[in-house]
Design a protein around this ligand. Structure first.
Ligand code: FES
Length: 158
């Protein structure tokens, strides 16, 4: 008559069933918490990864061209000395600069930079950063916007 005993067919008692259910619910809850923790940790990794991005094969950047990658906030230049990446983010307050014949200009407060990103008119406190460009094993060029290189650093890729 008690709910603690197995029935005559050997089925699980009500108490055992409730205990197993509670353990199962706790396990599912624990896995959900762990999944959330891993997702949170991985989101930081994705943020870091977003500073490193592929821009395509070298042949997509013929000598004499410049491409502005708006979503990555970077200019990709290609000249006889190689391919290089210059930030398009003004070092004053972070507006996106535009290219002009003499270099770059910020639309917000008028800072101007020469062709290699050096400040020629303030209020920008420093030049536009140059970012490291490398080549992945699949041949794609990779820009690492977390790694600055000296202005003038250009690389020829094949
Ligand atoms: S944000 Fe570029 S000059 Fe102020």
């Amino acid at each position: 008559m008690s709910s603690e005993v197995h029935d005559k067919d050997g089925n699980v008692s009500r108490r055992d069933f409730l205990t197993l259910s509670a353990v199962g619910a706790a396990a599912v809850t624990g896995m959900g918490i762990l999944a959330g923790v891993f997702r949170y940790a991985k989101s930081d990794a994705r943020y870091e990864d977003s500073k490193v991005f592929k821009i395509g094969k070298p042949e997509n950047f013929p000598v004499g061209t410049v491409r502005k990658l708006d979503d990555k906030k970077v200019f990709i230049f290609s000249d006889d000395a190689g391919i290089y990446a210059i930030s398009s983010v003004c070092t004053h307050l972070g507006c996106v600069v535009f290219e002009m014949e003499e270099g770059f200009q910020c639309p917000c407060h008028g800072s101007k930079y020469n062709k290699i990103g050096k400040v020629v008119a303030g209020p920008a406190p420093r030049g536009l950063p140059w970012f490291e460009v490398t080549q992945d094993v699949d041949g794609s060029l990779v820009v690492d916007a977390s790694r600055e290189v000296p202005a003038g650093t250009k690389n020829i890729f094949s």
